[in-house]
Design a protein. Structure first.
Length: 193
């Protein structure tokens, strides 16, 4: 977290929390949700200012209840999650040819332990997020489904797919899940209040 943010939290400890104004969409974009967007259940406008996106990413955290927020100075701005608290992209590794790294919307690396497939074909990566050294779940960006599937061997299951995928020299499991199970299994709140 930024030093100036920590100082402002100490100086003004009783600033009320903010809910509903910030969202993370399925593609890892931060979205500003004004009153109209909130009242009409709209996604809100994508935040395009590079400096603001970087500031949000550096100060993104979660509380003990599994509510993710952006610490904006002394105020916690809780984030509405379209899917998961993290969205990852597969980026070519600079260390190994034909290898990838998984990078979250905040620029943190995710060390994968396995993957999940839900009833509509979404792929979730389970692993340790470097930013907070905790096991979490991240939605794989839809642009990366092809390289993921090229590294995978799957068979149909009752609600989804199961199988395995190659990550470097490891063979990791792909297990089925329903999207409604994600938040309770990985302890996060999609719509904090």
């Amino acid at each position: 977290m930024d030093e100036q943010v920590i100082r402002s939290m100490l100086k003004w400890p009783d600033v009320p929390d903010c809910f509903g104004w910030l969202a993370l969409d399925r593609r890892g974009q931060w979205r500003m949700r004004n009153e109209y967007a909130q009242e009409h259940h709209l996604p809100g406008a994508p935040i395009e200012h590079t400096g603001l996106k970087e500031y949000i990413s550096r100060n993104y955290a979660h509380d003990a209840l599994g509510r993710y927020y952006f610490q904006n100075g002394p105020q916690k701005v809780f984030v509405t999650l379209d899917s998961c608290p993290w969205v990852v992209r597969m980026q070519p590794s600079s260390n190994y040819p034909n290898a990838f790294t998984l990078v979250t919307q905040c620029g943190s690396l995710l060390d994968p332990h396995g993957a999940l497939s839900d009833e509509v074909g979404n792929i979730y990566i389970v692993g340790t997020v470097a930013k907070d050294q905790a096991i979490s779940v991240a939605l794989l960006h839809d642009h990366d489904l092809t390289p993921f599937s090229e590294q995978s061997t799957v068979e149909e299951d009752a609600c989804s797919y199961r199988g395995s995928w190659r990550w470097g020299d490891k063979k990791l499991p792909i297990d089925p899940i329903t999207s409604s199970q994600l938040s309770s299994r990985y302890h996060f709140v999609k719509t904090p209040s």
